[in-house]
Design a protein around this ligand. Structure first.
Ligand SMILES: Cc1cc2nc3c(=O)[nH]c(=O)nc-3n(C[C@H](O)[C@H](O)[C@H](O)COP(=O)(O)OP(=O)(O)OC[C@H]3O[C@@H](n4cnc5c(N)ncnc54)[C@H](O)[C@@H]3O)c2cc1C
Length: 470
């Protein structure tokens, strides 16, 4: 046990988890109270959870600047959020998140984050999302530098196993190496996506075919502890953000590089060689996050993206390289698919492409199919120009939505309708209050930043009001 976590130490605020939400909460708490401790399960070299993999954040802004190409007012972000999946799960908290997002970029700058103009291949997000310089690792490092400067203590290699709850108060955080006393606790330990056994409860054996894009540390153990102590649930148990990733990705922590963005430019087949979903339904930033779920619903949780030479330079190339062939039949064989089914599907698709129209990948171009199910509503072009390319895809789970229910001050609610006196939550662990089934690119960090500030500030307030004698 280290000096910072030994049983004699007393903390105003203990934050569980050192990702975006946890670090924002710690920095926010530290403005008001002196003794703030972050408990991070990972070693220092792997700190930052899923936040390590991020690149951009989506916030309201009223005008263009050096990092956003145009305005993105409240009403538009709100509409966008309502338009994904079945809309926000708690409208009041979702609206608060959108409103508070407007001050987040300046807050981030004030705490050490630097920005960069969007690069090519970034899902057309230049107007709505801000990209931080150096990606998620730089963001985490910057926050840690600010945390160190302001006297926040971080304990690495420290796994929180449980909370000691007496009546409605958390009196200690229980780690593998002892108990830590705190006046208030912020739970910011992410979702439970890395816990395959937990995913299996809702998805059955299909979960064994899921790739987990982020940290293997996010196994939901703090979430489970909160439920065991009576915390109320927010969000759907099968709610998650999932994209199409290369089937050759590592099981955990493959990050952004294994995502595949080829889907709108060609067609997608299941293992029977059949199309099953409109590949051109909407612009990619609004649809990339449904493809993990689409693939999860297919036999064997696998699907294949096929495209031809015409479009090969229009998206980021797959990290491990695609399979390539001179004919569709040969491509099918190399992908291990039935050649006849695949050539039939490609021919049927090619015949259904409506002639005319101007292919334009930057907008909904209306180049569509006719008389085929499912349709392709935009960017439909025949696959007719060799060489042909293909790649096997798996559901890549980014994070789960089901978490704990919170109040508008980030306090964790209990199933009996009361709140814990000094337990707060921020980030993925409470994202189910905001997200139901859909997702908007860059909104995970928005949730963590807004609620990290709220929970950290509220935790400090509770610490200051605490009558704990020490
Ligand atoms: C590949 C990838 C790309 C992404 N890109 C973006 C993007 O560009 N923009 C965006 O907005 N979102 C993006 N996301 C989603 C984003 O990562 C999350 O929404 C956000 O980082 C969540 O922050 P968090 O602090 O809640 O969780 P995390 O950042 O995951 O932090 C949780 C922390 O808790 C720690 N922890 C877990 N359990 C315990 C325990 N028992 N005890 C102690 N510590 C524990 C973990 O080690 C981790 O450090 C991406 C996710 C992935 C996987």
């Amino acid at each position: 046990m280290s000096a910072s976590t030994d049983s004699g130490a007393r903390w105003d605020v203990v934050v569980i988890g050192g990702g975006n939400a946890g670090l924002v909460a710690a920095l926010s708490a530290r403005r008001h109270v002196p003794r703030v401790l972050v408990l991070e399960r990972a070693p220092a070299a792997m700190r930052g959870g899923n936040t390590r993999h991020t690149r951009n954040i989506r916030c309201v802004h009223e005008s263009a600047d050096a990092y956003n190409s145009g305005a993105y007012p409240f009403d538009e972000l709100w509409r966008d959020l309502c338009g994904v999946g079945t809309g926000p799960s708690n409208e009041k908290l979702a609206e608060l998140t959108v409103r508070e997002s407007e001050t987040v970029p300046q807050w981030m700058s004030d705490h050490g984050i630097r920005w960069q103009p969007p690069l090519a291949g970034t899902l057309h997000l230049g107007r709505t999302n801000r990209f931080f310089l150096g990606g998620g690792k730089a963001l985490v490092n910057s926050y840690h530098r600010t945390a160190a400067r302001t006297g926040i203590t971080v304990a690495y290699d420290t796994t929180v196993e449980d909370l000691r709850i007496e009546d409605d108060r958390c009196t200690a955080v229980i780690t593998g190496s002892g108990e830590i006393r705190a006046r208030a606790v912020v739970c910011a330990s992410g979702g439970f996506e890395a816990n395959i056994a937990w995913l299996r409860r809702y998805w059955g054996a299909a979960a064994d075919n899921y790739v987990i894009r982020g940290s293997r540390d996010n196994d939901g153990r703090v979430l489970a502890a909160l439920y065991a102590h009576g915390a109320d649930r927010a969000g759907e148990e099968r709610g998650f953000h999932a994209v199409a990733v290369d089937a050759r990705s590592p099981r955990f922590d493959g990050g952004i590089a294994t995502r595949l963005d080829s889907i709108p430019f060609g067609i997608v087949l299941n293992r029977d060689g059949r199309r099953f979903y409109d590949e051109g339904e909407e612009i990619w930033p609004k649809r990339y996050a449904i493809w993990g779920r689409n693939i999860a619903g297919q036999p064997g949780q696998i699907a294949y993206s096929l495209w031809d030479a015409k479009v090969r330079r229009l998206f980021l190339p797959p990290m491990y390289g695609p399979v390539r062939a001179d004919t569709v039949a040969e491509l099918a064989g190399r992908l291990g698919l039935d050649q006849r089914s695949v050539t039939e599907s490609v021919s049927a698709f090619n015949r259904a492409v409506t002639p005319g129209g101007t292919f334009d990948p930057t907008l909904l171009d209306g180049c569509a199919t006719r008389g085929i199910s499912p349709p392709k509503s935009n960017w439909a072009q025949p696959l007719d120009t060799p060489p042909y390319f293909g790649i096997a895809m798996r559901p890549g789970i980014t994070f789960t939505y089901m978490g704990v229910a919170v109040t508008d001050r980030g306090r964790v609610l209990r199933t009996d309708g009361t709140v814990f006196a000094n337990v707060l939550a921020a980030g993925e662990i409470m994202s189910g209050n905001i997200l139901s089934t859909g997702y908007l690119a860059g909104f995970g960090l928005t949730i963590g930043s807004v609620w990290g500030r709220i929970a950290g500030t509220e935790a400090a307030r509770q610490a200051l009001e605490s009558d704990d004698p020490w």
